[in-house]
Design a protein around this ligand. Structure first.
Ligand code: HXC
Length: 257
């Protein structure tokens, strides 16, 4: 499938989506969000894909929602259209999703990265929610996901001031899983993605589901949810193969990849 705002490829069981509006620093307009959902639909439906990476350019992962598009909008139309509710589908994906962020991840760009399961950042990455500067607030989960990731004080300060967090600060605060040299960001992210994609896909997807439940359930309910999924995996050929391979001192060959 061809896209105007994205580049999409699949290699070694990893789907790679590159945001591709360089002249607008990958600002997210309605077309890009629609195409991103189409690309994710395509990669989630592809049995040959076990992990998905979203990246941008060396200068910008994405510099926010497209201000030029939004500037003409008015209420109640934006409300009636439920503008950017389509973005919720990005955060509801079931296959593992990694953000490889270099340069600016601002506003909606930061929020998009936060929708991914984890973020690898280049040393030059900058994370910020500058919406208040524009007379609005984040609209695709930024205030919620940043607060879950950082806690109230660490999230409130950049939300209210628009201050950008450096990659190193973002890693220290728990927003970013690892900081990598800019030149190797994508290669290292793809290598990690290939590792995930080589595992049993149902087990990887259940892992993601369980970690995400930690944000929704109390501890006891969460542990019970995890235990039931753990039990269910003993009905899979991959559990037999994974454990037999360990006992036999060989690499596993999973069926459900
Ligand atoms: C539309 C954008 C854009 C954006 C950059 N551009 N960000 N267009 N929407 N969010 C465009 C510029 O207008 C310019 O186009 C080109 O990209 C290059 O940008 P420059 O500003 O010339 O680059 P630079 O001087 O390097 O500054 C980079 C920057 C700055 C610091 C990232 O572009 C910036 O502050 N952008 C806006 C960041 C922002 O406020 N994001 C939050 C958006 S609100 P031309 O045509 O002039 O060359 C948001 C709400 C989400 O995200 C809510 C969800 C619904």
């Amino acid at each position: 499938m061809e896209y105007e705002t994205l580049l999409v490829s699949v290699q070694e069981r990893v789907g790679l989506i590159t945001l591709n509006r360089p002249k607008a620093l990958n600002a997210l307009n309605s077309q890009l969000v629609a195409e991103l959902n189409q690309a994710l639909d395509q990669l989630e439906a592809d049995a040959g894909v076990g992990c998905i990476v979203i990246t941008g350019s060396a200068k910008a992962f994405a510099a926010g929602a497209d201000i030029k598009e939004m500037s003409a909008f008015g209420f109640p139309q934006i409300y009636l259209d439920d503008f950017f509710a389509a973005a919720d589908r990005i955060g509801a994906r079931r296959k593992p999703l990694i953000a490889a962020v270099a340069g600016y991840a601002l506003g909606g760009g930061c929020e998009l990265a936060l929708m991914c399961d984890f973020i690898y950042a280049a040393e030059n990455a900058r994370f910020g929610l500058p919406e208040l500067t524009l007379g609005v607030i984040p609209g695709i989960g930024g205030t919620q996901r940043l607060t879950h990731a950082l806690g109230k004080a660490k999230a409130m300060e950049p939300c209210l001031t628009g201050r950008q967090l450096t990659a190193e600060e973002a890693e220290r605060a728990g927003l970013v899983a690892r900081v990598l040299p800019a030149e190797s960001l994508l290669d290292e992210t793809l290598a990690v993605a290939r590792g995930i994609a080589g595992k049993s896909l149902p087990a990887a997807m259940m892992t993601k589901e369980c970690v995400n439940r930690a944000f929704e359930l109390g501890l006891n309910e969460g542990v019970r949810f995890e235990r039931r999924l753990f039990h269910s995996l003993f009905a899979s050929a991959d559990q037999k193969e994974g454990m037999n391979a360990f006992v036999e001192k060989r690499a596993p060959h999973f069926t459900h990849r």
